[in-house]
Design a protein. Structure first.
Length: 318
């Protein structure tokens, strides 16, 4: 399997051979993109006569490659997304709320910096997780082309924030219903029960944590409380609060997963576990939980393990 760096250069090289003639005069670019709550690398074709460029998330593409898709099929998908969306970058319906409300979805990120970048965007918080709202413009085999919703857009839609949030939740639950899988991990005798928490498309699945019924459903499975492992922005892993006490070892596991299986930090949801303790009836970070329970916890464990894993990856590629 190619490293991420080699993957993106291979994709860039092959893309120029599959683009239609009218696109070959443009410049294929790989750019670093920063949006509210997320950063990633994108690939696109800059055309002189088109004011803005359609961008395809390369990190999401690499995730598909890791899951078994061929580079050829990924390049074909990127080509299709670019060609289909170049001439419809701002659809006419984007100002029609009756259409928009059925295309709303939510995305969750780890908010590392308490800056002012979120002031212009409707959002919700749970611990250090931030939920923002997006409008799905197109979805080509899981490759989303979307627009982030701003407070100014909601004003122009002519709806209240409360109504918008309700509509967004209704749209998400309809288009991306919760999926709690207990068959993903093989059950073994004397091993704790483990479930995957995501949506039925395995796309931005961590957002289901904000659905009002998700935590109650998990408490039905784990009435004693549960630990959540942030596998990626697409899925969470949950198991019983009573089954594990070494939170530094959990952090090491998260560091290994983030380094080896999440591409370019884009799919990384968080750097630590989360705990839902019915005693306090809220989600806490593992550090907050350990502090409250007077459990030994070293918050630097993740960074040390991450550096170690990065060195191992470098050696493997060498």
């Amino acid at each position: 399997m190619k490293s991420y760096e080699l993957f993106k250069e291979t994709v860039k090289e092959r893309l120029k051979y599959v683009l239609p003639v009218e696109f070959r005069k443009g410049t294929i670019r790989i750019d670093h993109v920063e949006k509210v709550g997320e950063t990633y690398e994108s690939i696109g074709v800059k055309l002189e006569h088109v004011p803005t460029m359609v961008r395809v998330n390369l990190s999401d593409c690499y995730r598909k490659y890791q899951q078994g898709e061929t580079i050829a099929s990924i390049v074909e998908m990127i080509k299709d997304v670019i060609v289909e969306n170049t001439h419809m970058q701002v659809p006419d319906w984007l100002t029609n709320y009756d259409i928009v409300k059925d295309k709303l979805f939510m995305r969750v990120r780890h908010h590392k910096n308490e800056g002012c970048t979120l002031q212009s965007y409707p959002h919700q918080r749970m611990c250090d997780l931030i939920l923002t709202y997006q409008i799905e413009i197109s979805n080509h085999n899981g490759q989303l082309n979307s627009a982030v919703v701003t407070n100014e857009m909601i004003k122009k839609f002519g709806v209240s924030l409360e109504q918008f949030e309700k509509d967004a939740m209704d749209s998400c639950k309809k288009n991306y219903p919760t999926r709690i899988r207990d068959d993903y991990f093989p059950s073994e005798e004397n091993h704790p029960k483990v479930v995957m928490v995501t949506n039925d498309q395995f796309l931005n699945g961590a957002a289901v944590l904000f659905y009002p019924e998700t935590i109650p459903e998990l408490l039905e499975i784990f009435p004693e409380g549960f630990i959540l492992i942030p596998a990626s922005i697409h899925e969470l892993i949950a198991y019983s609060l009573s089954s594990r006490k070494d939170y530094e070892e959990i952090d090491k596991t998260i560091a290994r997963c983030n380094t080896k299986y999440c591409d370019n930090e884009t799919s990384v949801l968080s750097t630590h576990a989360y705990v839902y303790d019915p005693e306090v009836n809220r989600l806490e970070t593992s550090e907050e939980y350990c502090r409250r329970k007077d459990i030994s916890y070293d918050s630097k464990t993740y960074e040390r393990e991450k550096i170690k894993c990065e060195n191992e990856v470098d050696e493997e590629e060498w």
